[in-house]
Design a protein around this ligand. Structure first.
Ligand code: KIV
Length: 293
């Protein structure tokens, strides 16, 4: 975030900002672009991002004004029944991304490049990212890795494909790194800063910081001019993202401590299913008003 943006955010006496342009709560109904995101960051605006994996849920979030939707490879764990994000394929991401694009009118849709779709090198990354832009209609792609993904990001950006980076905990590397807070200790913190700068220098328009100490995430945010999107990275980032099934209480079992549950849809759906089943068994559904003669 720039110094001017930081002043806009912290000083009530700073230059007036036009709230009709806000990413969340603004008046514009056209599809959001990376230029809108850069302008929001320059104004010092914080913005929300949610994952989505189907057209119907995406349309609900779009109507709620969520400006950026991520078709995350978290679909592996929370939507497709895999144990990790590692097995997710390009075909799965491409199909669900197209559904999310069809379900939205305003949100910018960002699709994850899944594990194995860009690690071979920039040309492989370009081939797969091109597919997501052409076939699924997404506005941007996201890929994991800082310095190690620099060349991939650069080629995609040169080809006109906006890229969101993702550093800190990178779940596609779970087999190597496990699920733990990243960037603890001086050496790891310096590496995270180098990764953040590599992502920005390669031309990414934003970067996700996952499971990083809050002070370090705030330092990265002050250092970069592109927006940082935090998940488990404290309140000092420009944007925040949550996996939607965690956020609405659909995810079964243990959810990460950094997530917040805003609804209990698991209970709502379970109760509705039981009520339906009870009425079928008891013969009270269908009733006269649901019946044709
Ligand atoms: O796949 C995903 O949902 C993500 C978010 C956790 C940032 O990468």
């Amino acid at each position: 975030m720039s110094l001017q943006a930081a002043q806009n955010q912290s000083s009530p006496a700073g230059p007036p900002t036009d709230s009709s342009k806000a990413l969340y709560g603004g008046k514009s109904t056209r599809r959001i672009t990376v230029h809108d995101i850069a302008a929001a960051t320059e104004r010092g605006e914080k913005w929300p991002m949610l994952t989505a994996y189907d057209a119907m849920t995406a349309s609900v979030f779009d109507e709620a004004g969520i400006p950026v939707m991520l078709v995350g490879d978290s679909m592996g764990n929370v939507h497709l029944g895999y144990e990790t994000t590692v097995p997710v394929t390009m075909d799965e991401i491409a199909m669900l991304s197209a559904a999310v694009v069809r379900g939205t009118k305003r949100a910018m849709v960002v699709a994850d490049l899944p594990f194995g779709s860009y690690q071979e090198g920039p040309v492989q990354a370009l081939r797969n990212a091109t597919r997501l832009v052409k076939e699924s209609g997404v506005g941007a792609v996201k890929l994991e890795g800082g310095e190690r993904s620099h060349e991939q990001i650069r080629l995609l950006v040169e080809a006109g494909i906006p890229v969101m980076g993702h550093i800190g905990l990178t779940p596609q590397s779970v087999n190597a790194m496990g699920y733990r807070v990243q960037g603890r200790g001086e050496e790891a913190a310096q590496q995270l800063l180098r990764d953040a700068k590599a992502v920005q220098d390669a031309g990414a328009f934003a970067v996700v910081l996952e499971l990083v100490p809050a002070e370090l995430a705030a330092e990265v945010t002050r250092t970069l001019h592109i927006p940082t999107v935090g998940i488990g990275a404290g309140a000092g980032t420009d944007a925040q993202v949550l996996v939607y099934t965690d956020m609405v209480g659909l995810t079964g079992g243990k959810v990460p401590r950094f997530t917040k549950q805003y609804a209990d849809l698991r209970k709502v759906l379970g109760d509705a299913a039981k009520e339906f089943a009870d009425e079928v068994v008891g013969g009270t559904f269908p009733a006269a008003e649901h019946t044709f003669h």
